[in-house]
Design a protein around this ligand. Structure first.
Ligand SMILES: *Cc1c(COP(=O)(O)O)cnc(C)c1O
Length: 230
């Protein structure tokens, strides 16, 4: 299948899942995850009308940004972000979906002020008990939202999560539901809308749609298998 056919196939699956969930497909976007794939893959996707791409490593985002040198591209960071990488984030990224701690918010704010920029952010929530997962614990979210409200360089749009890695569909769906409920509570707490729920990947995006996802982070279903991490 060509990349265009893969995009079309995913869009069709999204449309069907929205129909089953009684949702408007216009409210659910696909965010292509280009990590481990070269910048020529990004170029192919751009030729199909895409301009927003997700990377999990800052260095890799920077390399692709420099190679492509196209200011219409919006780079989104979805991986664990070390505080010493914020300079390149402030320079090249348009959004961070993996905001999970206060020292990171503070470091981002400082760099963004220097650059005279704002950044869209999602708070990453740890929605399962797995050791390997990063993100803020749900019970720590209300205080965290109060704390980051002081940084007006950070434009809080909603939440991101990675569901439990399991074949048990009910457990996966529970992860997504937890984050949606947390979003609803957070809107009540803050008194404004947090419209974005970045949830669902190649293997579980249909469940995420059923629980209200507005952005699906899709890598392998579009670009093929990634080489295993070294
Ligand atoms: C790699 C990655 C994805 C995409 O995963 P696929 O299973 O290839 O669709 C989504 N979200 C995060 C945080 C990732 O690191």
């Amino acid at each position: 299948m060509s990349l265009a056919q893969r995009f079309a196939a995913i869009n069709e699956q999204v449309r069907l899942a929205c129909e089953r969930a009684g949702r408007d497909p216009g409210q659910v976007g696909v965010l292509p995850v280009t990590k481990t794939f070269g910048h020529e893959v990004v170029r192919q996707a751009m030729a199909l009308g895409r301009q927003r791409f997700a990377e999990n490593r800052v260095q890799e985002m920077k390399e692709k940004a420099l190679a492509l040198n196209d200011s219409s591209i919006e780079w989104v960071i979805i991986g664990y972000l070390q505080t010493n990488k914020v300079k390149d984030v402030a320079r090249y990224a348009s959004e961070v979906q993996s905001l999970d701690r206060l020292d990171l918010a503070q470091a981002l704010d400082k760099r963004l002020q220097q650059a005279g920029r704002r950044l869209d952010v999602l708070v990453q929530v740890k929605s399962s008990q797995e050791e390997s997962k990063t993100g803020l614990l749900p019970e720590d979210v209300p205080a965290f939202l109060q704390d980051i409200a002081q940084y007006d360089t950070l434009n809080l749009k909603g939440f991101m999560t990675v569901a439990e890695n399991t074949d048990d569909r009910k457990r996966i769906r529970d992860c997504f539901r937890r984050v949606r409920q947390l979003r609803d509570q957070s809107e009540d707490q803050l008194g404004w809308a947090l419209p974005v729920l970045s949830m669902g990947m190649s293997a579980d995006y249909e469940l995420a749609i059923a629980e209200g996802a507005t952005e699906l982070r899709i890598g392998s279903a579009l670009f093929g298998q990634r080489p295993p991490p070294q």
